[in-house]
Design a protein around this ligand. Structure first.
Ligand SMILES: Cc1cc2nc3c(=O)[nH]c(=O)nc-3n(C[C@H](O)[C@H](O)[C@H](O)COP(=O)(O)OP(=O)(O)OC[C@H]3O[C@@H](n4cnc5c(N)ncnc54)[C@H](O)[C@@H]3O)c2cc1C
Length: 480
């Protein structure tokens, strides 16, 4: 729309009523919904214009019948990666380095997922991993503290990780849009994924691509595209608890060294015992303290049980409770004086840590049997060896059946490429914790030392399948 016409139009709308047709409150300076449906123009979002919601409240269904509207196509790429966590950055990087034009969409205000917005601070099961995993570890070690150097980058500063990951992605020529949530997906008549719908400050937008990779952790894109998935354990789909991570400061490292995780696995038990004797009862009974640099520590002391990763209200409650618990524990420790007298919270995570979401049905499903017998697969994307790590599903502890299966132990196993390829929709790959596996396999492969090689493989496969003119499920994964 020419600017003069737009101004006149805005003036008209601004002068109008602020109650919409259904009696819903509408903002001023808005463009009527009908204008975007019938015309070929869209609001100038950078100038604050918006598409007004219009529709009809259907009282019998307690719902809004939204009006149809056109949604602008915001971007077209060869490979679209949804979610910029450990799996997503690796997927975007490898697709871009394989020559594809790549768009990366991320909900948070930074890249890194649980590494950064979730304040994780430890990369597990990364030993022996090459490629992008090694590149990230090297960057975190070289640019990081002595602790990062001593641990080969596996204990890292989450703030540094943000800038390291952003620079890697920018340098690879990846188009990045933060603050953007994937809320819908469109498939064509051949059941092939062709577009993704997002919501952000720019309104509702559409992104088309030749290949899509779901790295949302929770399998949001795959579910929206119509893929089948599994969730949690047992008939009630119980998921592992969420945890609020935090950074704290105050004590001298040598005064609390017995409790620092890097001194050995018994540190957690000592820290718990110490807290209990001091009358502090953390909801996570293996509290973890890590020294990152210059008297800054990360701490994990919290479990939020029975929270669905798909219930925003429940996640909000868990976030508020988790954050309050972190502050209560820090206050309790500080009141002990001595080494703890200056203990203070530096920051709590922006995003509560979500261990489990959807496990999207792929063309191969990794099972408990696979991980306990050491699966060897001709299309392996990486080898995993992390134990089955099921944090208690309920406050009383895990059911015996879980404990028994966990006790069987894990033998090094392959993550097969077909577990990264969606079974129900074409053109879609997954990487990270939302790939195809059962509850126990997920409890092992979910850690970030595996999420990164999975992402790297998915990105490479997406680009390679375009070059070969085949769909991802028709590609034979070549380990070279
Ligand atoms: C509390 C906790 C502690 C853990 N401890 C460790 C540990 O010490 N070491 C370790 O290696 N692993 C650990 N894990 C496991 C590990 O962090 C995850 O399994 C890992 O993050 C998986 O990586 P991912 O990229 O698949 O998912 P995520 O890190 O969850 O990344 C998903 C990304 O997608 C974005 N996203 C989600 N939905 C949408 C959407 N609809 N639209 C757009 N973007 C979206 C998110 O904002 C996020 O950035 C821990 C997990 C938790 C929760």
């Amino acid at each position: 729309m020419p600017s003069k016409q737009r101004r006149q139009f805005l003036k008209t709308v601004t002068a109008g009523a602020i109650l919409g047709p259904a009696g819903l409150m509408m903002s001023r300076h808005a463009i009527a919904d009908d204008a975007s449906v019938t015309g070929d123009t869209f609001p100038d979002v950078a100038r604050g214009e918006v598409v007004r919601t219009s529709g009809k409240l259907v009282e019998s269904s307690q719902a809004l019948q939204e009006s149809r509207r056109l949604i602008p196509i915001a971007g077209q790429s060869q490979v679209l990666v949804c979610g910029g966590g450990p799996a997503g950055i690796a997927a975007a990087l490898s697709a871009a380095r394989s020559g594809a034009q790549v768009q990366l969409l991320e909900l948070a205000g930074c890249l890194g997922g649980v590494w950064t917005a979730g304040m994780l601070t430890k990369i597990l099961d990364s030993s022996g991993k090459t490629g992008i995993m090694q590149e990230v570890l090297t960057a975190l070690a070289q640019q990081g503290s002595d602790v990062a150097k001593q641990t080969g980058g596996t204990v890292y500063d989450p703030e540094l990780a943000k800038v390291v990951l952003e620079e890697m992605c920018v340098n690879a020529g990846i188009k990045i849009q933060l603050h953007t949530m994937v809320v819908g997906a469109v498939t064509d008549a051949n059941n092939r994924l062709v577009a993704v719908v997002t919501e952000s400050k720019s309104g509702r937008q559409v992104w088309t691509a030749d290949r899509f990779i779901d790295c949302t952790g929770d399998g949001d894109l795959a579910a929206q595209a119509g893929c089948q998935f599994d969730l949690g354990f047992g008939a009630d789909c119980s998921c592992q608890p969420m945890s609020m991570m935090a950074l704290v400061t105050g004590p001298q490292p040598e005064d609390v060294k017995d409790f620092i995780r890097e001194t050995g696995s018994a540190a957690k038990a000592r820290f718990y015992q110490f807290m209990r004797e001091a009358g502090i009862d953390p909801s996570y009974r293996a509290p973890t303290l890590r020294h990152l640099h210059s008297g800054i520590y990360s701490i994990m002391t919290n479990h939020e049980y029975g929270v669905s990763a798909f219930d925003a209200g429940a996640i909000t409650k868990a976030t508020i409770e988790g954050r309050r618990e972190v502050h209560d524990i820090v206050r309790g420790l500080r009141s002990l004086g001595g080494a703890w007298k200056d203990l203070a919270v530096v920051a709590t995570a922006e995003q509560i840590g979500i261990r489990e979401g959807r496990r999207v049905k792929g063309r191969y499903t990794i099972t408990n049997e696979d991980i306990t017998t050491g699966l060897k697969h001709p299309e392996a994307v990486c080898r995993a060896k992390f134990p089955v790590d099921v944090h208690s599903l309920e406050i009383a502890g895990n059911p015996q059946s879980i404990e028994k299966l966990r006790a069987r132990g894990v033998r090094q196993y392959d993550i097969p490429y077909p577990a990264l390829v969606a079974a129900d929709v074409d053109g879609l790959l997954m990487a990270g914790r939302c790939i195809s596996g059962d509850f126990f396999a997920h409890a092992s492969y979910r850690v970030t030392g595996n999420a990164v090689p999975m992402g790297e493989a998915a990105g490479k496969a997406a680009a390679e399948s375009i070059t070969q003119g085949v769909l991802p499920h028709q590609l034979i994964w070549n380990t070279n």
